[in-house]
Design a protein around this ligand. Sequence first.
Ligand SMILES: *Cc1c(COP(=O)(O)O)cnc(C)c1O
Length: 231
Amino acid sequence: MSIRENVAAIRARVDAAAIESGRKPEDILLVAATKMNDADRVKEAVAAGVDACGENRVQELLEKHPKGAYEGKPVHFIGHLQTNKVKQIVGLVDLIQSVDSEALLQKIDAQAEKHGIVQDILIEVNIGDEEAKSGVSPEALPALLEKASAYSHLRVRGLMAIPPISREPGGNNVYFCAMYKLFIDIGAKKYDNVSMDFLSMGMSDDFEDAIRCGANMVRVGSSIFGARHYA
Ligand SMILES: *Cc1c(COP(=O)(O)O)cnc(C)c1O
């Protein structure tokens, strides 16, 4: 199957899951997780109509961006972000999905101020409380949002999560539902500078479950580009 055919097939499944859960297909954003795919393949996905591209590594983003890989669509940063790499991506990406510490907030805000922009971000939540994973714990999320609301050059647009690897179909629904609850609760609290516009969760194996639980942004890689071959 070509990238174009894969995107069409995924889009059809996204649309069906949206309708099933009482929402409009156009309310769900399909982000292509483009890691390990070169600029030409990314361009194919953009031409096939994904809503945005998501990169994991700063190095890959910096290689593909000058080649026009993302032209015509927003590009998001979705991988683990080190504070010392912040300055390389602020202003270059439309959304940083993986912010999970005050140190990152501070660096992003400072860099955005230099550029004279307001950087959109999502807060990544470690919803499975996994030790080795990035993301703020659900318990620490309110305090981090309080901090975020004090910065004027960034804006929190929602939440992102990468739940534990699931062994069975539907295995992540409990995490997806917990994320949706956080998303709704925070939305009702009205912090300054914080709006719950995007709930980013769901990947190739479980994006339909995520949508049914309330995701409005899914990040799909291997089902669009094929399996990744790690060296
Ligand atoms: C790779 C990746 C995805 C997509 O994973 P697939 O299983 O290939 O769809 C989504 N989100 C993040 C943060 C990723 O790194």
